[in-house]
Design a protein around this ligand. Structure first.
Ligand SMILES: Nc1nc2c(c(=O)[nH]1)N[C@H]1C(S)=C(S)[C@@H](COP(=O)(O)O)O[C@H]1N2
Ligand SMILES: [Mo]
Length: 327
């Protein structure tokens, strides 16, 4: 396949074909759809024009670091998105760039056995399987907003544990300043990895203090169930104050490093995606505004919140950093 100009990739692909449009309409039994225009391309999001009584699955929630969250809403009182919406509308380019097709293409993805290797600049490197991760680190419920850089958002009840607990176990060395994460590379299973327009495996990174922040979790489940492949099984990162692409899925490797890692999206389109990727209404994407967002199943758009509404918790991390430059 030919390399294509990054400007043609339209990352993140804000594009759903008419076929997917129909498919998502069927699969999600939508009562209506919203079509937003972004640089001439269509974003089609599930919404409810006249919301039906949708029984939300119950989940036993200890709200963890989200102070006033309850079992059915986030701390602002906004309802959880349904299990179906969360697991049938996904970004996972290892399978496909079509959000509504990930669920089908990822169905047979093998997530067991699975190991996560944690190492590089640490005194105590380890290789952990999922049983180890679940046994070593008490699993907590966290209701977080997920805001994709493309301009849509959801409220998701995760199960997981603070990344900080794992990082403390491996004992970072003094010169460890960043954490680098890597997704599995297995093009036989992840057919999207045969698309060589993207540099695989998917890589993400955090500054060590961001990685140690109590809001940063490794998620192993949602809605009280283990993660399914489309959501990043068996274990994925969740960093709720950053754009969704930072929350890397299906992690096999976590390295403590001294230099700022180059993430996949920085490599693909450095003019469009930075390392920090903090949610910020005042810093537009070069191709669209970030001032508002579309919450799935909601009518109209709502204002984007600085740090996705977690400013009080994470604002201190960025004192002295020019947020308009370090997007
Ligand atoms: N490995 C990997 N992780 C990924 C992605 C991806 O394509 N590959 N997409 C990211 C993007 S763009 C978003 S918005 C979120 C979406 O998570 P969700 O599908 O669980 O809503 O996952 C992120 N993590
Ligand atoms: Mo995204």
């Amino acid at each position: 396949m030919n390399k294509i100009d990054p400007s043609e990739i339209t990352p993140e692909h804000i594009y759903i074909s008419r076929r997917d449009f129909m498919k998502s309409a069927g699969a999600l039994a939508l009562s209506s759809l919203i079509v937003a225009a972004c640089d001439g391309e269509e974003i089609v999001l599930p919404t409810n024009a006249s919301p039906k009584e949708t029984a939300l699955p119950t989940v036993d929630v200890d709200a963890g670091a989200s102070p006033d969250a309850t079992a059915s809403s986030d701390e602002f009182g906004d309802p959880l998105n349904t299990y179906e919406d969360i697991t049938e509308f996904n970004n996972f380019y290892e399978f496909t760039t079509s959000k509504t097709s990930v669920v089908d293409l990822a169905r047979d993805f093998k997530t067991s056995p699975w190991t996560v290797e944690v190492g590089a600049l640490v005194s105590n490197p380890m290789t952990l399987d999922l049983d180890d991760l679940r046994a070593k680190f008490p699993q907590e419920d966290r209701i977080y907003r997920l805001r994709c850089v493309e301009g849509w958002s959801m409220v998701i009840p995760w199960i997981g544990f603070p990344l900080a607990s794992l990082l403390r176990e491996v004992e970072p060395l003094n010169d460890a300043k960043y954490v680098r994460f890597e997704t599995l590379y297995d093009p036989e299973q992840m057919v999207g990895q045969k698309d060589n327009r993207y540099p695989w495996p998917y890589v993400e990174g955090l500054r060590l203090d961001e990685a140690m922040h109590s809001l940063t979790i490794l998620a192993t489940g949602l809605y009280g169930k283990p993660l399914t492949p489309q959501s990043g099984a068996p274990v994925r990162l969740v960093v709720p104050w950053k754009y969704g692409f930072k929350s890397i899925k299906s992690i096999v490797k976590i390295d403590l490093v001294s230099e700022q890692p180059t993430s996949t999206w920085m490599a693909v389109a450095p003019n469009e995606y930075g390392f920090y990727a903090n949610v910020n209404p005042d810093v537009p994407h070069p191709r669209w505004s970030q001032a508002t967002e579309q919450r799935l199943r909601e009518e109209g758009r709502r204002p984007t919140l600085l740090f996705n509404g977690y400013e009080e918790e994470v604002g201190d991390l960025y004192e002295g950093l020019d947020l308009s430059k370090n997007y």
